[in-house]
Write a protein that binds this ligand. Structure first.
Ligand SMILES: Nc1ncnc2c1ncn2[C@@H]1O[C@H](COP(=O)(O)OP(=O)(O)OP(=O)(O)O)[C@@H](O)[C@H]1O
Ligand SMILES: [Mg+2]
Length: 220
């Protein structure tokens, strides 16, 4: 398979980049793609989760759905990205919630698809638009916006409809708004070792669109 670099990125912290990057990697493996994950965040949340989850199993030679690398401080990002570009299959990268990092430019620049999780509120939609504009200048990647932690309370429906309209009209200029992912315990408590039916149910609509976008790029 061709190489494809998919980022989970955004300007803001805590929108679900690491969580959704983790679940997407597992989902893509289930769909038959070869997958490697790279943690490009200095906090190394996903990288640490991976080894912590492995340790809880307490057994040797378990097979994890995907393997993980970290981007170490001493790595030359430019060199590392050119190596990563040669890896067959999907390389899914968890990015930090900031852009004020020189190294990130190389990463954004080598991406084929950038998935941007955001929360469905006014401020977050606005910040995502700013990020989309900025990215357009430095990356040719296909931009996909992923509404996360969508609340299902009835009283929020009207608010949600407005946020959805706004996101579609403002972000639609730069890329594609994906179906939302609900706020739920199953997603919150996900790990790097696999995925259960509740998690699969929560992410399937959005992730099927990402898979569709990957297939379109592969067949180009
Ligand atoms: N759909 C969801 N439902 C419930 N909890 C969620 C959902 N998505 C993410 N979370 C929770 O929200 C918190 C923040 O998520 P996460 O760490 O993935 O965000 P992040 O964007 O990677 O943050 P950072 O910018 O700090 O790297 C975590 O506790 C995570 O479990
Ligand atoms: Mg993170």
């Amino acid at each position: 398979m061709k190489n494809m670099i998919i980022l989970f990125a955004g300007l803001k912290g805590g929108t679900g980049k690491s969580t959704l990057c983790n679940l997407f990697a597992t989902y893509a493996v289930e769909q038959g793609f070869p997958v490697a994950v790279m943690d490009a965040d200095t906090q190394l949340s996903l990288y640490k989760n991976f080894f912590e989850d492995l340790a809880t199993l307490g057994v040797r030679n378990v097979s994890t759905p995907w393997r993980i690398w970290s981007l170490r401080a001493d790595d030359t990002v430019k060199d590392k990205m050119s190596k990563i570009k040669k890896v067959p299959g999907l390389v899914i990268i968890d990015c930090p919630g900031s852009v004020d990092n020189e190294n990130l430019k190389y990463i954004y620049n080598s991406a084929d698809i950038i998935v941007m999780p955001f929360r469905f509120d006014r401020m977050n939609v606005r910040e995502t638009v700013t990020f989309a504009e900025l990215l357009k200048k430095i990356s040719k990647a296909r931009q996909l916006y992923l509404p996360n932690m969508v609340t299902q309370y009835d009283e929020k429906r009207e608010e949600l409809r407005k946020a959805m309209e706004r996101a579609n009209s403002d972000l639609g200029k730069y890329g594609r708004v994906l179906p939302g992912i609900p706020e739920c315990l199953a997603v919150r408590d996900s790990n790097t070792l696999g995925m259960n039916y509740k998690q699969r149910w929560a992410v399937r609509e959005a992730y099927n669109v990402i898979i569709e976008e990957i297939n379109t790029l592969i067949n180009k």
